[in-house]
Design a protein around this ligand. Structure first.
Ligand SMILES: Nc1ncnc2c1ncn2[C@@H]1O[C@H](COP(=O)(O)OP(=O)(O)OP(=O)(O)O)[C@@H](O)[C@H]1O
Ligand SMILES: [Mg+2]
Length: 411
């Protein structure tokens, strides 16, 4: 129903020379679900509030459906916003809470007689008017939203007699009834406990299927971002760091910040060297050579890349642990000393020290470990691991940016 464009948007708060949001450029497509994610204070809420019209834009333009809305009042932007602190009116029933906004709203119509037939003027034209919703119209909208959110049975209850998740659904319902062009949500789930948050996350996915509209969703939770977003916008200190699908930001982080932000436990970063040996490029990590994948090799070849210091990024789940009884003697096996192992249920997080005392973490499934494996991954044990060419990320050490272009890396 609506696309949203942000063009070179800046926000300076009063008495502050550093912008809260800087050079923000984004084209959000109709019906797209976009998530803004980033650490506290990076400018997520500020950006959302500028789209909503609750915060003035210092520079740049925001467009909704190709129309510049910089000076359009929030109530005239056809958007609905759900906040973290969903203030419901405590003395009103759920029904009235949801109906409240609709009672205030006006819709365009034409003048009608008592049977609902349009009245015409002397020239035979219908007469446009603005009017409030009728009781029947409000009832229909509230009941439809309640159905979508499975809260029909609570319509006559007061908010205090409901759980946090149910109340949050009412807050979302209050936004749905207005049938907005754009749905804005600012950390709507962060007040809920972990279990309820997972459940509501699934419900938002379903909601999205039922009310197919444009969503902008703010969270600092990368799991929420990854599971909900068609595209994710990762922000830091007011600047966009990367925009991409969950797959793109996970498989090809544009810089060290994104690499460290997306994924748990965090990606391991090693100081390493990218070197050419016998005509092919390899990562030299603690004296062992790990070849890069074919496409990357061809790219580096084409760029005539010279040996240099890099940061090698490897996710904990992408470090290949060798079996304790493995007799593999490859040039590319490293040893590490286990410091502590965290039992996560189906997985173990093994913390270890490698090379010159560098701490690293790897994830390995609990199932299928032999007795000897269990000894080696226990505190004080020694593990051996290798790295796969497909699962290494190469970053420029000085610039902290990915050395490989996304199209080459994700080929
Ligand atoms: N009304 C305000 N006046 C002055 N500075 C503000 C105001 N609101 C926010 N800021 C500042 O702007 C920056 C961005 O704030 P914002 O609320 O957009 O961050 P956020 O990404 O939503 O963070 P969080 O995850 O903590 O909600 C922060 O440095 C914040 O201190
Ligand atoms: Mg915020």
């Amino acid at each position: 129903m609506a696309n949203v464009s942000l063009r070179e948007v800046y926000k300076y708060y009063e008495n502050n020379e550093t912008p809260a949001v800087a050079d923000f450029n984004l084209e959000i497509k109709d019906k797209e679900f976009v998530v803004f994610v980033g650490p506290s204070g990076c400018g997520k809420s500020t950006t959302l509030r500028m789209v909503a019209g609750l915060e003035e834009i210092s520079y740049g333009q925001i467009l909704i459906d190709e129309k510049v809305v910089n000076d359009v009042e929030p109530k005239d932007r056809d958007i609905a916003m759900v906040f973290q602190n969903y203030a419901l009116y405590p003395h009103m029933t759920v029904y009235d809470n949801m109906a409240f906004g609709l009672k205030m709203m006006k819709v365009s119509d034409v003048k009608r007689d008592k049977d609902g037939v349009p009245v015409k003027d002397a020239n035979g034209r219908e007469i446009p008017i603005m009017r409030h919703y009728t009781k029947a119209e409000i009832k229909e909208k509230v009941e439809e939203a309640a159905r979508i959110l499975s809260i029909t049975e609570y319509l006559q209850r007061k908010p205090k007699a409901m759980s946090g998740g149910q109340r949050q659904r009412v807050a979302i319902g209050r936004a749905i009834v207005r049938n907005p062009k754009v749905f804005l949500m600012d950390e709507p789930l962060s007040n809920l406990d972990a279990k309820l948050r997972n459940q509501m996350r699934a419900e938002i996915l379903m909601l999205r299927k039922r009310i197919n509209t444009t969503f902008i969703y703010v969270t600092h939770d990368q799991t929420e971002a990854m599971t909900l977003g068609d595209r994710i916008v990762i922000m830091r200190d007011g600047f966009i760091q990367q925009v991409g699908t969950p797959g793109q930001v996970f498989d090809h982080p544009e810089n060290l910040f994104v690499a460290g932000f997306i994924g748990t436990p965090q990606m391991n970063f090693f100081n390493a060297k990218l070197v050419k040996v016998d005509g092919s490029y390899c990562v030299n990590l603690y004296g062992k050579l790990f070849p890069v994948k074919e496409g990357v090799n061809a790219y580096l070849e084409e760029m005539k890349f010279e040996d240099s210091d890099i940061v090698l990024g490897v996710r904990p789940e992408h470090i290949t642990l060798l079996k304790a009884d493995s007799t593999e003697v490859s040039a590319a096996v490293l040893e590490a000393k286990v410091t502590v192992t965290e039992m996560m249920g189906s997985e173990l997080y093994v913390h270890a020290v490698v090379g010159d005392g560098k701490e690293m973490v790897l994830r390995t499934p609990t199932a299928g470990l032999s007795k000897a494996d269990r000894v080696s991954i226990a505190d004080g044990g020694t593990i051996r691991f290798t790295l796969e060419p497909e699962l290494m990320h190469l970053f420029d050490k000085a610039k902290e940016t990915n050395l490989i272009p996304i199209n080459v890396d994700m080929e």
